[in-house]
Design a protein around this ligand. Structure first.
Ligand code: CA
Ligand code: CA
Length: 479
């Protein structure tokens, strides 16, 4: 999960008190500035009774299954063709995970990616949060949630048709101590280059630790520090012979690979909480629908600005020097300075996002997908994303889009149904099926508790006559 500020210590009362003291002052004078666009979204409920669905993806195996990641610890299967949400989990990692805080948490089961050759090798990759003891002096030590580590692990299924992956098949590829409970990011995805990408937030807390005494993320914070993988998007090779002491190989094209100073796994950095990213269906397998493989990444801001980026190899995306298009002062986070360095510690330029919005329009950006499906001509080429909620107290998620094939910069809000009613739920994530159709993942609860988690198929009104090839194209036919 995500958040905008971070000084929660564990109980709902504390969250409410802190947020109440924090949000109004920073949101003062901010009003909604994202206009409504022409596209009318219709949300079709396809799975309910979940807890906190945060992501959904497919196995690339033409099985018609959508795999739904629930932060509370399970992966569930939606049989898309028959409209049935299977009750038995595909994978249950509850026993390996931290015990999530029911009122609010950003730890848990966070990401899932199937190997591009899953049909042949049965391999899948998962991000989750595991408990660890910690030690005195660590920011997490002695807090109500305790300390945790971020895990990237591989699992296997016995055969590709199995609706069950054995937790005992786990092989841990990567782990790192997390200093605080929040900003865990969590997406895992294969790029069109066949390499595995995943993200780590800046470690948590606020201001990338710089305003803490002593600074909890080191003297320059984690985002700008190329010697740490925190605050970065990472890229690894899970198919080649592993490097010395590693469970994976380092791609030669990584910017700091080998002798070059900097962590070998980093692909790009300067990120705060890059909760969700995706690739515009590109040169990869099974794509004939116009994407070009661009990496769209939404980075959750702190108190003022939310941003969407297109990530380039080796790019420095600014945090903690900048938030969105604005300079950032970790010692006065509500007041963007008029000027700041335009370069990182190595003299490299800080890269701007493609689009931003301020906290008049929400508190945490939730990245989605560029739509390359067949059902909606209106939606084709639009990057679909949204915001978690207009506040922590009332579920008020919003759904946005921007034109990925056009201007990129202008954000529009979906109209919701003919009546254009508010979503009225917390927005936790998006999903993409093998056919390119998109899903909206919500919950009525702020934290990972209860059973109000729902998955909706995103449909668009008025597309019926514009869909020219859905009957003849056979991308998603069964095998
Ligand atoms: Ca290096
Ligand atoms: Ca940035």
């Amino acid at each position: 999960m995500i958040n905008c500020n971070s000084r929660y210590t564990g109980r709902l009362a504390t969250i409410v008190a802190l947020a109440a003291g924090f949000l109004p002052s920073l949101s003062q004078g901010l009003t909604t500035s994202i206009p409504q666009g022409e596209i009318v979204a219709e949300l079709e409920l396809v799975c309910s009774g979940l807890t906190s669905p945060v992501y959904a993806t497919h196995a690339g195996d033409k099985s018609g299954r959508l795999f739904i990641v629930d932060q509370a610890g399970q992966i569930r299967i939606l049989d898309v063709r028959h409209g049935v949400c299977l009750s038995e989990p595909f994978l249950d990692l509850t026993a390996k995970m931290v015990v999530v805080n029911p009122f609010f948490d950003e730890r848990g089961l966070l990401g899932l990616a199937f190997h591009p050759q899953f049909r042949m090798n049965g391999r899948l990759f998962v991000r989750y949060s595991a408990p660890r003891a910690g030690s005195p002096g660590e920011p997490c030590f002695g807090t109500s949630r305790g300390c945790h580590e971020a895990i990237l692990a591989e699992f296997r299924v016995a055969n590709r048709r199995a609706n069950f992956a054995d937790p005992a098949s786990e092989r841990i590829l990567f782990r790192i101590d997390e200093p605080q409970f929040n900003h865990n990011s969590g997406t895992v995805a294969f790029g069109p280059d066949g390499l595995l990408y995943f993200t780590l937030g800046d470690g948590g807390g606020a201001n990338d630790g710089l305003a803490d005494i002593p600074p909890s993320h080191g003297p320059i914070g984690n985002g700008q520090n190329i010697d740490t993988v925190l605050g970065s998007i990472l890229r690894i090779d899970v198919d080649s012979t592993p490097g010395p002491g590693l469970e994976y190989a380092i791609p030669a094209g990584n910017p700091f690979a080998g002798e070059t100073p900097g962590a070998d796994e980093i692909y790009a950095y300067g990120l705060r909480n890059p909760y969700r990213f995706s690739f515009d269906r590109g040169r990869g397998k099974g794509n004939r629908r116009g994407g070009d493989g661009r990496l769209f990444l939404a980075d959750v801001g702190q108190g003022l600005f939310e941003e969407v980026n297109i990530i380039q190899n080796g790019g420095n995306y600014g945090w903690v020097i900048a938030e969105g298009f604005h300079c950032f002062d970790p010692f006065n986070s509500g007041m963007p300075p008029s000027s700041c360095p335009g370069t990182g510690p190595g003299g490299e330029p800080l890269l701007n996002p493609i689009a931003e919005y301020n906290h008049g329009d929400g508190i945490a950006v939730i990245g989605g997908f560029v739509y390359r499906g067949k059902e909606s001509a209106q939606l084709f080429g639009k990057y679909v994303f949204g915001d978690f909620s207009s506040s922590f107290f009332v579920p008020g998620g919003r759904l946005f889009w921007l034109d990925a094939d056009g201007a990129l910069t202008d954000i529009f809000e979906f109209q919701l149904g003919e009546l254009n009613l508010p979503l009225g739920k917390f927005l936790f994530g998006f999903g993409e099926g093998e056919d390119g159709e998109l899903y909206v993942l919500t919950s009525g609860s702020l934290g990972p508790s209860g059973n109000s988690g729902e998955v909706f198929r995103l449909r668009v009104a008025g597309d019926d006559d514009e869909d020219s090839d859905s009957d003849s194209d056979s991308d998603s036919d069964s095998d």
